[in-house]
Design a protein around this ligand. Sequence first.
Ligand code: HEM
Ligand SMILES: [Cu+2]
Length: 590
Amino acid sequence: MATASGPARTFVERFPSEAGVIKANLLVSFVALGIGAFFGLIQALHRTDILRVIDSADYYTMLTGHGVLLAIVFTIFFLTGFFHWATARSLDQPAVSTLYSWAWFGLMTTGTVLATIAILGGLVPNLGISADVLFTFYAPLQAHPIFYIGLAMFIVGTWLAGADWFLSYRAWRSDNKGERIPLQMFMVLTTMIMWYLATLGVAVSVVFFLIPWSLGLIPSVNPLLTRTLFWYFGHPIVYFWLMPAYMMWYTILPKLSGGRLFSDPLARVVFLLFLLLSTPVGIHHQYLDPGIAEGFKFIAMTNTMFLLLPSLLTAFTAVASMEHGARQRGGEGYLRWLGALPWRDPAFTGMALAGILFAAGGFSGMINAGMNINYLIHNTLWVPGHFHLTVGTAVALTMMAGSYWLVPQLTGTKLYSRPIGLLQVIMWFIGMVFMSNAMHRAGLAGIPRRTAEPQYQNFEFLTPIGSIFELRVQIALGGTLLFLSVVLFLFNMLLTSLGEKSDRPVDEYLPEPLSGPEGSPRVLDNLGLWTGIAVVLVILAYTLPLAGIIQNGGGLFGGGLPIPATVSAGLDFVTTLVTTTVNTLLEVAA
Ligand code: HEM
Ligand SMILES: [Cu+2]
């Protein structure tokens, strides 16, 4: 880590080639944000029947574009840019090969362009290309092969990006034997290990089932299998979104507040818990799926509740670090210190507001996670209400806020306008309070998600308080504010990057934590060990459900196609192995 006496030069001066790669990643991310937000506005106005500019038949095309461009492209390109920055910065060393960095960026971008062409092709019926499969893309919905191929390229690109950071780490390690892994690097590495583990599921689904099926090489797939493989990846991707945001809350927010991170070892423990617990919980998205035994759903629920722990630890640490900062700035009292925080700084305020809405999202998430109350809100508008607070705000708003501090380091120019930045983050907060609160309430009234026409003939939705019309207006109003907020953000970023060079565009220095890694057990840095445990947990959580889905659900390819003998024998072997191990463990424990 750079120290107070350390290099005063800006990031772009020290690492010009890395800065180039990072800027390219952020550019793709922000373009996706702009297009995705525009689609979001169209949807919000359409399904509330306030303004209709598209045909209802095109709604799924928009919704797929919105989900893919925002939840996959915007977030992940931001992550790859941000992690590239964090790796170079925290190791204080350039990447091993700039050409290699451009190669993974190129692969990810090409994949994204292919998938986007497939999606937008849906708007031009004569083209014969479409991908109206939503961002969850499991069967039985089917897309044009170039959608899946693009997706596969994108994912392989992220794997190569991860390898870039591991190689940097290895180079650093050979010069720094025995030292603790710098905190940001530690966060990058644990996140990527989780990602490698999680993307295996989706890679198998895309390469072995969806691509051959969309090319007509196999006549059918087992829909429940592709769903399960999707959700095997679909829950951990939530942490792939959240980890960069957490990294900002742990390593940047304390500095913006005027203080220092409360505890470095606690941050490490949190990231390790995410590595261990993110993957063996995906079945909690499938509480209503027939074909998965209730017992497995119950196990997924229990694991999910454990997963709350690291998020609560994060909330505690973030608030403690902010309080420390406020007291450094002269804040006093039980709560009066809040007034001493730098509320005029859009980077700080955006992150703080994102944290507040994240807490609300955490509460609605607990409802989703409970196996029985989930039935109440399953597939209703409650669910988008929930995740616009989490990925749509905790992550998206933190990323935008972080950009106000990060981008000047890459362009060497000052932020174009702090007041516009401040207005932007506040607008996002207000817009989201309207949209998400109304979506939650609409969900409780039973209004379904994922439809252009959320009304049934001869049936009226009822709300205990307020009216359905009022909810529709709130969703439309909130959506409009959110869209305008994105416009302001992009405008500010564009003018920042076109601005004049400055010697010191932003204060880049990150202070050391109050409690450093020295006193913490070294086993925390033993990534091999933690990876091993994570793999075991995944095997325990998934072998039996997957075996059941394949053997009782019409085979690997559905439609009663025979399971290849080798696969079947392998499955039998692993199933027996897991059952015997679990039984032995239970006997030993009893
Ligand atoms: C301009 C701001 C935004 C607006 C107006 C907006 C609006 C909407 C609306 C109305 C829906 C529900 C559609 C339906 O179920 O019929 C939706 C779904 C969704 N939104 Fe947003 N949203 C915005 C920003 C975001 C952001 C920043 C993210 C993530 C980073 C996001 C991710 C999603 C996802 C994943 C879905 C679900 C798509 C599906 O069901 O397949 N949205 N959005
Ligand atoms: Cu989940």
